[in-house]
Design a protein around this ligand. Structure first.
Ligand SMILES: [Zn+2]
Length: 328
């Protein structure tokens, strides 16, 4: 054997070891904590937006194991509630988060920045150069919508992860899976958690926003489903709402005869009800908790009778698709 061959034979195992070590490194699963730490370093997490979320979280963690323990600036700290707004996801670590907020277990809440931004225009009454009072309306809407989302995810953290074993992957993928019932119940509990933790001020904003979700959704669904009716050709919003309110006396009759019912597409996942149905349920909870703010429960009941679920009903889409609940 010549020297050269001997050298090659000696080097080959070394190369194999180095390559194997690199492969092992690449394939080692990266924990979500590590991914977040990396994204913090790379500025893929928006610290200012995360801080805002942290500030909103305070009333929701009051009296829980996370009281005084909110982290938005450093890698996830065990025992703390860790909240982050993802501004960019170059390594596709959080693909499931597209246009959403989620509690992902490990005491971590993540929000897609685009999703939060759409909330500022979801129920919009005024363009920027319009009266200040309407700007305040816009702010009230987006404040409550963001509160809803943050509070909902914290609800999952405090109610559904007491043993620290909450994992997203156990969520059902298809509506007919047996654990769908449990998860659907959790979603309702998380929404109720939001209502249970609202201050008097926020309760008013909540009532205001939830009622507007109902009217706006009704308005858009009605126009879509009655394209050719004379009603839809008289486009005043107030005329439509007046019609809706006047139809209260007929709400007890079957939906198909009342003429005022709109059909809303059921959710694809079988867990989250459409926004408007969640709004009705939360308004009901608000009624129970703060009757003075929420008003007449009969009104809610009458209004909700004008909405029905249908597989081919009106679909407002996701907020990030650019679909606002309010007409542009
Ligand atoms: Zn949820």
């Amino acid at each position: 054997m010549n020297r050269r061959l001997a050298a090659v034979i000696a080097i080959v195992p070394l190369v194999v070891i180095v390559v194997a070590a690199r492969l092992a490194h690449v394939q080692r699963p990266v924990s979500v904590e590590q991914s977040i730490a990396r994204y913090l370093k790379q500025s893929n997490i928006d610290l200012r937006a995360s801080d805002n979320l942290g500030a909103m979280a305070v009333p929701f963690v009051d009296g829980s194991r996370f009281a005084g323990k909110i982290n938005t600036r450093s890698a996830p700290i065990p025992g703390y509630l860790n909240l982050y707004v993802i501004a960019a996801d170059p390594d596709h670590e959080f693909g499931f988060l597209r246009c959403n907020c989620a509690y992902i277990g490990h005491s971590i809440v993540l929000c897609d920045k685009r999703f939060l931004e759409t909330f500022t225009t979801a129920l919009r009454y005024a363009q920027p150069d319009q009266p200040q009072v309407l700007e305040q309306v816009n702010r009230a809407f987006s404040t409550f919508l963001t509160n809803w989302l943050v509070g909902h995810e914290i609800g999952h953290a405090t109610l559904h992860d007491l043993d620290g074993r909450f994992v997203m992957s156990s969520r059902p993928v298809w509506p007919w899976q047996s654990n769908t019932v449990v998860w659907k119940q959790r979603e309702n509990e998380a929404d109720n958690f939001v209502i249970d933790h609202l201050s008097q001020d926020s309760a008013q904003r909540a009532n205001f926003t939830l009622t507007n979700i109902m009217f706006q959704t009704y308005h858009r669904a009605y126009v879509e489903q009655h394209q050719d009716s004379p009603f839809s050709r008289s486009p005043s919003l107030w005329q439509r709402i007046e019609h809706l309110l006047n139809s209260q006396s007929t709400v007890q009759s079957p939906p198909t005869n009342s003429g005022s019912v709109v059909y809303i597409r059921d959710s694809w996942d079988g867990i989250h009800d459409p926004w408007v149905f969640r709004a009705f349920r939360m308004s009901g909870a608000l009624n129970d908790r703060v009757p003075a703010v929420a008003g007449d429960p009969g009104f809610l009941q009458g209004l909700s009778a004008n909405f029905a679920l249908s597989t081919n009903g009106y679909d407002p889409g996701t907020f990030c698709d650019g679909v606002a609940l309010r007409e542009p």
